[in-house]
Design a binder for this molecule. Sequence first.
Ligand code: ZN
Length: 252
Amino acid sequence: MSRFKVYSDASGTVNSTLISIGDQAVIVVDTQASEEGGRLVLNQVEGQLLFVFNTHEHHDHIGGNPLFDCRIISSTAAQEAMVADNVSAGLPNCHFDEQLHMHTGGEEIRLQHFGGHCPGASVMYLPQRRLLLTGDLIFNGRAPWMGQADFPTWIAALAELSTWDVETVVPGHGPVGGKELLREQQTMLQNFVADVQGWQHAAKTEAEMIALAAERYGVKPNWYDMLRMAFKCVPRPLQVKVMPSLSKHRRG
Ligand SMILES: [Zn+2]
């Protein structure tokens, strides 16, 4: 049972997914970067539109929201980020803190908040279909946008998702794949963090780090600003210190 269709506008970069539920109902996941893009997605909807789910607050996933006259669901963190970002039209009108389980058309639908890619990042999981829509927790075939990354949270989210019973993964950007996408993205993020920590330890300049990261992770010049932001998101390596105040409790 794989009744879903992934769709993106002419720029071909952001995934919107239409999921058929029962015979005549559809869920839309993410609405493209603009109202024009959203219109193209809306035109694909046949039958009853059950709701829109925004995987997170980034503009390229919510631009078509104002066209959708239905319930729009997101995590609370995503909704709050949109409000803080002065998004006025098409705000989610239903939101959940951690998770939301729905039963409709004989199917279970689970929404789970993780954060990591950005504060509101969440996923949709349909266990009967073993189908997982990760939003931007996964970019397939290109470097992810890491400008707001909480790397430990993001890596932990992918590790958790790898334990779920999943066959098909729809990323936020790039082609649909299998469960291997989870491990691949987790490994890439772990490598990026380790690389940046190493470069910082070696006192590389920002320009040197950009050149190294661009080469290793295939980042295009128009995303160098993203890299500058991502470097600041990389946690410092764990420093192990002996607290002097505790030394008097040592034996011997
Ligand atoms: Zn994003």
